[in-house]
Design a protein around this ligand. Structure first.
Ligand code: IMP
Length: 216
Protein backbone atom coordinates (compact mmCIF):
# COMPACT_ATOMS: atom_id res chain seq x y z
CA UNK A 1 0.00 0.00 0.00
CA UNK A 2 1.49 3.30 -1.05
CA UNK A 3 1.24 7.06 -0.86
CA UNK A 4 0.51 8.08 -4.46
CA UNK A 5 1.25 11.69 -5.45
CA UNK A 6 -0.89 12.64 -8.46
CA UNK A 7 0.67 15.43 -10.55
CA UNK A 8 -2.23 17.34 -12.08
CA UNK A 9 -3.85 20.76 -12.10
CA UNK A 10 -7.27 19.19 -11.89
CA UNK A 11 -8.81 18.33 -8.49
CA UNK A 12 -11.54 16.34 -10.24
CA UNK A 13 -8.94 13.91 -11.57
CA UNK A 14 -7.54 13.44 -8.05
CA UNK A 15 -10.98 12.51 -6.76
CA UNK A 16 -11.46 10.07 -9.65
CA UNK A 17 -8.09 8.40 -9.01
CA UNK A 18 -8.82 8.21 -5.26
CA UNK A 19 -12.11 6.49 -6.06
CA UNK A 20 -10.19 3.65 -7.78
CA UNK A 21 -7.03 3.50 -5.68
CA UNK A 22 -8.17 4.13 -2.09
CA UNK A 23 -10.34 0.99 -1.86
CA UNK A 24 -7.07 -0.90 -2.53
CA UNK A 25 -5.50 0.76 0.50
CA UNK A 26 -3.49 3.43 -1.32
CA UNK A 27 -3.53 7.08 -0.29
CA UNK A 28 -3.89 9.59 -3.15
CA UNK A 29 -2.35 13.03 -2.63
CA UNK A 30 -2.68 16.01 -4.99
CA UNK A 31 0.74 17.19 -6.23
CA UNK A 32 0.77 20.65 -7.82
CA UNK A 33 4.09 21.83 -9.25
CA UNK A 34 4.68 25.05 -11.18
CA UNK A 35 6.74 25.02 -14.35
CA UNK A 36 6.31 21.43 -15.60
CA UNK A 37 7.08 21.52 -19.34
CA UNK A 38 5.09 19.41 -21.82
CA UNK A 39 7.45 18.25 -24.57
CA UNK A 40 6.36 18.43 -28.22
CA UNK A 41 5.82 14.72 -28.80
CA UNK A 42 3.47 12.60 -30.88
CA UNK A 43 2.60 10.08 -28.17
CA UNK A 44 0.73 10.68 -24.93
CA UNK A 45 3.07 8.18 -23.27
CA UNK A 46 6.13 10.29 -24.16
CA UNK A 47 4.48 13.36 -22.62
CA UNK A 48 3.50 11.41 -19.49
CA UNK A 49 7.02 9.98 -19.04
CA UNK A 50 8.57 13.45 -19.45
CA UNK A 51 6.31 14.74 -16.67
CA UNK A 52 7.29 11.83 -14.39
CA UNK A 53 10.96 12.66 -14.95
CA UNK A 54 10.47 16.32 -14.08
CA UNK A 55 8.30 15.68 -11.02
CA UNK A 56 10.18 12.82 -9.35
CA UNK A 57 12.57 15.15 -7.52
CA UNK A 58 9.52 16.63 -5.73
CA UNK A 59 8.52 13.36 -4.02
CA UNK A 60 8.87 13.75 -0.23
CA UNK A 61 9.88 10.11 0.24
CA UNK A 62 11.71 7.76 -2.15
CA UNK A 63 9.19 5.00 -1.36
CA UNK A 64 6.24 7.14 -2.46
CA UNK A 65 4.66 6.64 -5.88
CA UNK A 66 4.10 9.29 -8.56
CA UNK A 67 1.13 9.33 -10.94
CA UNK A 68 0.54 11.45 -14.05
CA UNK A 69 -2.17 11.25 -16.65
CA UNK A 70 -2.53 12.69 -20.12
CA UNK A 71 -5.44 12.58 -22.53
CA UNK A 72 -6.46 13.84 -25.94
CA UNK A 73 -8.92 13.61 -28.81
CA UNK A 74 -7.67 11.81 -31.94
CA UNK A 75 -9.68 12.40 -35.14
CA UNK A 76 -9.06 9.75 -37.80
CA UNK A 77 -9.73 12.00 -40.83
CA UNK A 78 -7.17 14.48 -39.46
CA UNK A 79 -4.50 11.79 -39.00
CA UNK A 80 -4.97 11.86 -35.24
CA UNK A 81 -5.04 15.65 -34.78
CA UNK A 82 -5.44 17.29 -32.27
CA UNK A 83 -4.09 14.34 -30.20
CA UNK A 84 -1.32 15.50 -27.90
CA UNK A 85 -2.16 19.09 -28.89
CA UNK A 86 -5.75 18.85 -27.65
CA UNK A 87 -5.52 21.54 -24.95
CA UNK A 88 -3.91 23.96 -27.41
CA UNK A 89 -6.39 23.12 -30.19
CA UNK A 90 -9.30 23.61 -27.81
CA UNK A 91 -8.10 27.09 -26.81
CA UNK A 92 -7.34 28.15 -30.40
CA UNK A 93 -9.70 26.34 -32.80
CA UNK A 94 -12.33 25.44 -30.22
CA UNK A 95 -15.18 23.06 -30.89
CA UNK A 96 -16.57 25.15 -33.78
CA UNK A 97 -13.15 25.27 -35.44
CA UNK A 98 -12.81 21.49 -35.21
CA UNK A 99 -16.26 21.06 -36.79
CA UNK A 100 -15.24 23.35 -39.66
CA UNK A 101 -12.22 21.14 -40.38
CA UNK A 102 -14.63 18.22 -40.91
CA UNK A 103 -17.30 20.15 -42.85
CA UNK A 104 -16.74 18.08 -45.98
CA UNK A 105 -17.32 14.73 -44.21
CA UNK A 106 -21.05 14.18 -44.52
CA UNK A 107 -23.30 11.45 -45.84
CA UNK A 108 -27.05 10.90 -46.08
CA UNK A 109 -26.35 7.48 -44.55
CA UNK A 110 -25.72 7.95 -40.80
CA UNK A 111 -23.57 4.82 -40.56
CA UNK A 112 -21.34 5.98 -43.40
CA UNK A 113 -21.09 9.39 -41.76
CA UNK A 114 -20.14 7.78 -38.43
CA UNK A 115 -17.28 6.01 -40.21
CA UNK A 116 -16.09 9.18 -41.96
CA UNK A 117 -16.10 11.17 -38.71
CA UNK A 118 -14.50 8.47 -36.54
CA UNK A 119 -12.57 9.76 -33.51
CA UNK A 120 -11.40 8.53 -30.14
CA UNK A 121 -10.43 9.90 -26.78
CA UNK A 122 -7.27 8.31 -25.44
CA UNK A 123 -5.74 8.53 -21.98
CA UNK A 124 -2.41 7.37 -20.62
CA UNK A 125 -1.85 6.96 -16.88
CA UNK A 126 1.82 6.61 -15.92
CA UNK A 127 2.84 5.46 -12.46
CA UNK A 128 6.40 5.57 -11.11
CA UNK A 129 7.07 3.22 -8.20
CA UNK A 130 10.40 2.12 -6.66
CA UNK A 131 9.99 -1.10 -8.74
CA UNK A 132 9.61 0.68 -12.07
CA UNK A 133 7.25 2.60 -14.32
CA UNK A 134 3.81 1.24 -15.25
CA UNK A 135 1.81 2.60 -18.19
CA UNK A 136 -1.97 2.18 -18.43
CA UNK A 137 -3.95 3.05 -21.54
CA UNK A 138 -7.63 3.71 -22.07
CA UNK A 139 -9.63 4.45 -25.21
CA UNK A 140 -13.15 5.67 -25.87
CA UNK A 141 -14.27 5.15 -29.49
CA UNK A 142 -16.74 7.48 -31.12
CA UNK A 143 -17.29 10.12 -33.76
CA UNK A 144 -17.38 13.88 -34.17
CA UNK A 145 -20.95 15.21 -34.09
CA UNK A 146 -22.32 17.24 -37.02
CA UNK A 147 -22.88 20.24 -34.72
CA UNK A 148 -22.20 21.34 -31.15
CA UNK A 149 -24.68 19.61 -28.82
CA UNK A 150 -25.15 20.04 -25.05
CA UNK A 151 -24.05 22.39 -22.31
CA UNK A 152 -22.40 20.02 -19.83
CA UNK A 153 -18.96 18.44 -19.56
CA UNK A 154 -15.73 20.14 -20.63
CA UNK A 155 -13.23 20.30 -23.48
CA UNK A 156 -14.39 18.52 -26.64
CA UNK A 157 -17.41 16.93 -24.93
CA UNK A 158 -19.94 19.03 -26.95
CA UNK A 159 -18.73 17.53 -30.27
CA UNK A 160 -17.98 13.93 -29.26
CA UNK A 161 -20.53 11.12 -29.59
CA UNK A 162 -19.26 7.87 -28.04
CA UNK A 163 -19.81 4.51 -29.73
CA UNK A 164 -22.42 2.41 -27.87
CA UNK A 165 -21.09 -0.25 -25.48
CA UNK A 166 -22.28 -3.78 -24.79
CA UNK A 167 -22.94 -4.96 -21.23
CA UNK A 168 -19.29 -5.95 -20.73
CA UNK A 169 -18.19 -2.40 -21.65
CA UNK A 170 -16.89 -3.31 -25.13
CA UNK A 171 -17.71 -0.92 -28.01
CA UNK A 172 -20.48 -2.11 -30.34
CA UNK A 173 -19.97 -2.16 -34.12
CA UNK A 174 -20.85 1.10 -35.90
CA UNK A 175 -24.62 1.01 -36.51
CA UNK A 176 -25.29 -1.65 -33.87
CA UNK A 177 -27.34 -0.56 -30.85
CA UNK A 178 -25.49 -1.29 -27.59
CA UNK A 179 -26.88 -1.63 -24.06
CA UNK A 180 -25.01 1.51 -22.95
CA UNK A 181 -25.80 4.39 -25.29
CA UNK A 182 -26.07 8.18 -25.44
CA UNK A 183 -28.58 7.70 -28.30
CA UNK A 184 -26.65 9.89 -30.67
CA UNK A 185 -26.09 12.70 -28.16
CA UNK A 186 -22.65 14.06 -27.26
CA UNK A 187 -20.92 13.70 -23.88
CA UNK A 188 -21.97 17.30 -23.12
CA UNK A 189 -25.63 16.35 -23.47
CA UNK A 190 -25.70 13.37 -21.08
CA UNK A 191 -25.16 13.10 -17.33
CA UNK A 192 -21.70 12.50 -15.89
CA UNK A 193 -22.56 9.02 -14.63
CA UNK A 194 -23.39 7.90 -18.15
CA UNK A 195 -20.25 9.60 -19.52
CA UNK A 196 -18.24 7.79 -16.84
CA UNK A 197 -19.24 4.39 -18.26
CA UNK A 198 -17.28 5.24 -21.43
CA UNK A 199 -14.38 7.03 -19.71
CA UNK A 200 -10.94 6.68 -21.32
CA UNK A 201 -9.47 7.94 -18.02
CA UNK A 202 -11.13 5.22 -15.93
CA UNK A 203 -10.01 2.60 -18.45
CA UNK A 204 -6.40 3.84 -18.27
CA UNK A 205 -6.43 3.65 -14.48
CA UNK A 206 -7.94 0.16 -14.52
CA UNK A 207 -5.34 -0.98 -17.05
CA UNK A 208 -2.65 0.39 -14.73
CA UNK A 209 -4.08 -1.39 -11.70
CA UNK A 210 -4.26 -4.67 -13.61
CA UNK A 211 -0.51 -4.46 -14.22
CA UNK A 212 0.72 -3.65 -10.72
CA UNK A 213 3.03 -6.43 -9.69
CA UNK A 214 4.60 -6.71 -13.16
CA UNK A 215 6.98 -3.73 -13.54
CA UNK A 216 8.61 -3.21 -16.93
P1 IMP B 1 -5.73 16.32 -20.26
O1 IMP B 1 -4.41 15.73 -20.62
O2 IMP B 1 -6.62 15.36 -19.52
O3 IMP B 1 -5.63 17.66 -19.59
O4 IMP B 1 -6.50 16.55 -21.61
C1 IMP B 1 -6.00 17.39 -22.64
C2 IMP B 1 -7.13 17.98 -23.44
O5 IMP B 1 -7.87 16.90 -24.07
C3 IMP B 1 -8.18 18.72 -22.63
O6 IMP B 1 -7.90 20.09 -22.56
C4 IMP B 1 -9.44 18.51 -23.45
O7 IMP B 1 -9.47 19.45 -24.47
C5 IMP B 1 -9.25 17.16 -24.08
N1 IMP B 1 -9.94 16.10 -23.32
C6 IMP B 1 -9.36 15.09 -22.61
N2 IMP B 1 -10.28 14.32 -22.05
C7 IMP B 1 -11.49 14.84 -22.41
C8 IMP B 1 -12.83 14.46 -22.12
O8 IMP B 1 -13.15 13.48 -21.40
N3 IMP B 1 -13.79 15.25 -22.66
C9 IMP B 1 -13.51 16.33 -23.44
N4 IMP B 1 -12.28 16.73 -23.73
C10 IMP B 1 -11.27 15.98 -23.21
Amino acid sequence: MARIHFLTGNEGKVAEAAHHLEPLGHEVIHLAIEGIVEPQAEELETVARAKLDQAKAHLPDANDWLLVEDAGLFVEALDGFPGVYSSYALSTLGNHGLLRLLDHLHSEDLHVEAGLRRAEFKAVAALMTPEGVFIGEGTCLGRIAPAVDGEGGFGFDPVFIPRDLDLSGQPAEIGVQGEVSTHGRTFAAVDVDLKGKFSHRTRALKDLLAQLGTPE
